[in-house]
Design a protein around this ligand. Structure first.
Ligand code: SF4
Length: 87
């Protein structure tokens, strides 16, 4: 698993550093810093939780075994087709 974080999206809420302190930290400017870009498989659960808790969707997880990318849709996207609300 590879971890990356977009500092341009980060709002410095700190949930990632609290949830997975060995993987994330907040820099002097308050924005996310990735301490461990390739965490051990045993950290998968906390890293996944940190990604889910990130309000700004700044965290991306990528499988190193090929294939699946563990990134959620951005805010406002559900992954489902849009439904019309007009009659
Ligand atoms: S949880 Fe998201 S918004 Fe908060 S510090 Fe981490 S990357 Fe930034």
């Amino acid at each position: 698993m590879k971890v990356s974080a977009g500092r341009e999206r980060c709002i410095g809420a700190g949930h990632c550093a609290i949830t997975a302190p060995g993987v994330f930290d907040n820099g002097d400017d308050g924005l996310v810093v990735v301490l461990t870009p390739e965490p051990e498989d045993g950290d998968r659960q906390v890293v996944d939780r940190a990604e889910r808790l990130c309000q700004s969707r700044a965290i991306s997880l990528t499988s190193t075994s090929g294939g699946r990318r563990w990134a959620r849709p951005r805010t406002g996207q559900t992954g489902r087709p849009p439904t019309s609300t007009t009659p």
